[in-house]
Write a protein that binds this ligand. Structure first.
Ligand code: GUN
Length: 296
């Protein structure tokens, strides 16, 4: 079997087009422009790339982009003041503080200072709790993107056997919650899981989010499974730096029914879902209906 390739790049472009159409409608019919504020502290090169990309795509879908770049030695009080300002700013419907923060700043404290209604990352403890109890929440972007790809490929996820490898707060845990909410049977596996290959082999849905290059090989995958690879790892191969996932693509693609490539799979979905979340936050703030097909 050769797996169908799940084209996350094309899917993300479609999500952005749907967001852009709804933003245009909001402007025309309600005179409202959704706004997203991104806060970057310090000069981490990968974070700078992400933030630039977020700003560009925000503007491309017709939203307003507010970018705040603060020096690496910014103190907690200054950052909290900025967040309070953004919380109070009616033009700002979504706030994202780029992680990781420099080590002298308490990320939990900073994230939990964001108004939960504007927390488009879905990292605030209120949103984590709302998701876990099946209430209306802001949902983390990467898991939301994975869910959209899975629903598109499989239709209903009800009763399906899913394994999430990785238990991070950003991906693994919220992914498991979303799958559970769609009535899948969910196992959260991690580095301490016994007989991990056997556990993964039983799954119809595999979401790999461990941050270990090519850890999941084809012999771990059940025939016909849908494999979602969240990993983005830079490794040296044949003297070149290459990007690989947490799944060994070639061997897995021989067994799986469908698989996301790296790059071009889950990666592009994250920012597309951030824009979708910003539109959702804006709609909720104005008492308007949720954007259809763009929420969990
Ligand atoms: N750093 C890496 N991924 C993310 C993300 O999804 N949100 C934020 N805020 N920072 C990140």
């Amino acid at each position: 079997m050769t797996a169908e390739v799940i084209d996350g790049k094309a899917f993300a472009a479609d999500v952005r087009a749907r967001v852009a159409a709804l933003v245009a409608k909001l402007k025309e019919e309600q005179g409202i422009t959704p706004g997203l504020a991104v806060v970057l502290v310090g000069e981490d090169p990968a974070s700078q790339v992400y933030v630039r990309s977020k700003g560009k795509q925000t503007v491309e879908v017709g939203m307003e982009s507010f970018e705040h770049r603060l020096p690496a030695d910014t103190d907690e009080a200054t950052l909290l003041d900025l967040i309070a300002e953004l919380n109070a700013d009616a033009r700002v419907h979504g706030i994202l503080v780029q992680l990781p923060l420099p080590p002298h700043l308490n990320a939990d404290l900073v994230i939990n200072a964001i108004d939960p209604a504007k927390d488009v990352d879905g990292f605030h403890i209120s949103n984590v709790g709302l998701l876990a109890t099946g209430q209306k929440a802001m949902v983390p972007c990467t898991p939301l993107g994975c869910l959209m790809l899975l629903r598109d490929r499989l239709g209903s996820l009800s009763g399906r056997n899913a394994v999430v490898i990785g238990r991070s707060n950003i991906v693994g845990k919220p992914m498991a919650q979303l799958l559970l909410r769609d009535s899948a049977t969910v196992t959260i596996a991690h580095s301490r899981t016994r007989d991990l290959p056997d556990v993964v082999r039983k799954a119809e849905i595999v979401v790999a989010a461990v941050g270990r290059p090519e850890m999941v090989t084809g012999d771990w995958i059940g025939p016909g499974a849908t494999v979602i690879d969240v990993g983005i790892n830079r490794i040296e191969r044949d003297g070149k730096t290459v990007l690989v996932g947490d799944v060994h693509y070639e061997s897995a693609a021989r067994v799986a029914g469908a698989i996301t490539p790296v790059p071009g799979g889950v990666g592009p979905m994250t920012i597309a879902c951030l824009l979708a979340n910003t539109l959702t936050a804006c709609s909720r703030a104005n008492g308007l209906p949720e954007p259809e097909g763009l929420t969990a």
